[in-house]
Design a protein around this ligand. Structure first.
Ligand code: PHE
Length: 459
């Protein structure tokens, strides 16, 4: 979208532009921050296996459905449902997505702020060549418990996101993604090579790659499923919204395949960096919680020649990867408000960002700044983790369930396939896709949710 129209609607300038923007939305903290800590808490390689199954069986099917619905209706997350099934309650699925987008952004931007904080720390030399596991943990704890640092960085990150979203969808997003994604990939490969060659890396590789199914529990399934949807940006209308900017010429099937593969590759690489380094440093995979990668990475940079440079480059790229995701998270509520309430883009962005900041305050204070938010009563973890579980796992899962049923039964697989096949695209897997949307996704997701409710094993 080089020239935003009055409604803020436009199209990606090319297929590469779209794939990069959609991958940019998918690739972010979900891959590099959330995936390793979920794997660490979820028992290692067994979690990874379940995760991969969910990505390619359910995630890819849901992604294709979201993109097709968005392109067909040319609407935002709510409008897409309203246009396909006017006068019905289906638009509530879209509404859930808009709310989920704001809720996820509220804690996601806190972690994104941490990447910026760590960029400064690295540049200013907080991580000297000799940082030990204990030192790294202590640095993290004092940083994460600072109210001013957390609130300031949350505010700053939301402000930058707002500026990009306000300037329109593709001008900013496409250009940034085009250059930085490949650089991020290259850097991750380098770091992975260093990590797997550390002494003691073997134990980390075993934890990460040799499945031990006795380590998993009932709660592993919704966590892996939620992580799959989270990482692929599904279940909240982000791909509906991005799909609405896609031209009919683009093959949505191959695009979906590329995005899913690229996203998975980055997550797997992140694990390959974190776990060997973690075992090398003598840390516990389940002990770090939301701080896991921030505690492990400085110990890895200390093992590298020019570690400060690598560290700074890493946190800079991670901050940018997070930015291409926060852009997508903000774009969902913003495009809803523009399309459905008729607000200007500027007003929509400002209002949404302010609301998000306010909801984000408790998450920003949940890692030690305010004891209540940092250790909620009962079985619940800290406020940020709770938001991440409720919205990142459950709300996205319920949203994806609603979407699969909507496209599978209401809009219909035939109509959706016709959209996918526009301009001569062949869609050989049409029947398999219909089966996934109509049967496997609804039955599988419902079974997991019912099991969780029945066992009360929510976290
Ligand atoms: N997929 C993004 C990530 O992995 C997070 C995200 C979720 C973005 C949902 C948009 C919508 O970091």
């Amino acid at each position: 979208m080089t020239n935003p129209s009055a409604t803020g609607r436009g199209v990606w300038s090319s297929k590469t532009g779209f794939i990069l923007a959609a991958s940019g939305s998918a690739i972010g903290l979900g891959n590099i921050w959330r995936f390793p800590y979920m794997v660490g808490e979820g028992g290692g390689a067994a979690f990874v296996v379940i995760y991969l199954g969910f990505v390619f069986l359910l995630g890819a099917a849901v992604m294709l459905a979201e993109l097709a619905l968005g392109r067909h209706t040319d609407r935002n997350a709510v409008g897409a449902f309203a246009a396909t099934a006017p006068g019905t309650l289906w638009k509530l699925v879209g509404m859930l997505g808009v709310i989920t987008g704001v809720a996820i952004l509220s804690f996601y931007a806190v972690i994104a702020g941490w990447t910026v904080g760590y960029l400064f720390k690295t540049v200013t030399g907080s991580f000297s060549q000799t940082v030990t596991a204990q030192e790294s943990q202590a640095i993290f704890e004092s940083f994460a418990s600072s109210p001013t640092a957390n609130l300031g960085l949350l505010f700053a990150f939301l402000a930058v996101t707002s500026i990009v979203v306000w300037r329109g969808v593709s001008g900013g997003i496409e250009r940034v993604s085009k250059i930085l994604m490949p650089v991020l990939l290259g850097l991750l490969i380098l770091l992975a090579i260093r990590s797997v060659t550390l002494s003691g890396a073997g134990a980390g590789l075993e934890f990460y790659l040799a499945p031990d199914f006795s380590r998993i529990s009932v709660a592993t399934f919704p966590a892996a499923l939620g992580q799959a949807f989270f990482s692929l940006s599904l279940g909240m209308g982000a791909m509906i919204t991005y799909g609405s900017y896609v031209s009919k010429k683009i093959n949505l099937v191959t695009s979906t395949g590329i995005i899913c593969l690229f996203d998975t590759l980055i997550a797997l690489l992140a694990g390959l960096i974190i776990f060997p380094a973690l075992f090398h440093a003598g840390m516990s995979p389940s002990g770090g919680g939301v701080g896991l990668v921030f505690q492990v990475l400085p110990t890895l940079f200390a093992e590298l020649p020019a570690g400060q440079l690598f560290g700074a480059a890493f946190f800079l790229l991670l901050a940018i990867a997070a930015l291409t995701s926060t852009i997508a998270l903000l774009e969902v509520p913003v495009s809803y408000v523009i399309d459905e309430w008729g607000w200007s883009r500027g007003k929509a962005v400002a209002a949404t960002a302010i609301v998000t900041f306010l909801i984000g305050v408790p998450s920003a204070l949940a890692s030690g700044a305010v004891p209540f938010f940092s250790d909620l009563p009962g079985a619940a973890p800290d406020f940020l983790s709770l938001m991440s579980i409720i919205f990142g796992n459950y709300a996205l899962t319920i949203g994806s369930l609603g979407l699969a049923i909507f496209v599978g039964y209401r809009w219909g697989v035939q109509a959706a396939a016709a959209e996918i096949e526009s301009e001569g695209v062949t869609f050989g897997l049409k029947h398999a896709w219909g089966f996934l949307l109509r049967f496997l996704a609804p039955v599988g997701i419902t079974a997991i949710l019912v099991y969780i409710i029945a066992t009360g094993n929510y976290f």
